[in-house]
Design a protein around this ligand. Structure first.
Ligand SMILES: [Zn+2]
Length: 67
């Protein structure tokens, strides 16, 4: 009954593709750098936050570049 907290299977198979920084956009680049830093210290929630924010930014700023 205390077993609901860690879904271990969640991970490698169904990750959505990460957003890519749009070339020449410094805001995208900032998210990309932040994501790289977070990943390099093993901060996966930081990686995921950066992805969410990059997507949100891209939806507003680069609607035509969205993949
Ligand atoms: Zn951008």
């Amino acid at each position: 009954m205390a077993n609901t907290e860690t879904p271990k299977e969640y991970g490698l198979t169904e990750l959505p593709p990460e957003p890519k920084p749009v070339p020449s956009c410094k805001i995208c680049l900032g998210f990309s750098v932040r994501r790289g830093n977070a990943r390099s210290r093993g901060d996966y929630s930081g990686v995921s936050d950066a992805n969410v924010e990059m997507r949100r930014h891209q939806r507003g700023a680069h609607p035509e570049d969205r993949l």
